[in-house]
Design a protein. Structure first.
Length: 33
């Protein structure tokens, strides 16, 4: 239950993140990109 919730959280947030800021700056826990 915790896995699917965490996976769905960064998904919408990552798409809403500003293009001027690096996606790896505020996503130190998601080194996927």
């Amino acid at each position: 239950m915790s896995i699917p919730k965490l996976n769905a959280y960064p998904l919408p947030q990552a798409a809403d993140f500003p293009p001027t800021r690096p996606p790896g700056a505020w996503i130190p826990s998601a080194p996927r990109c």
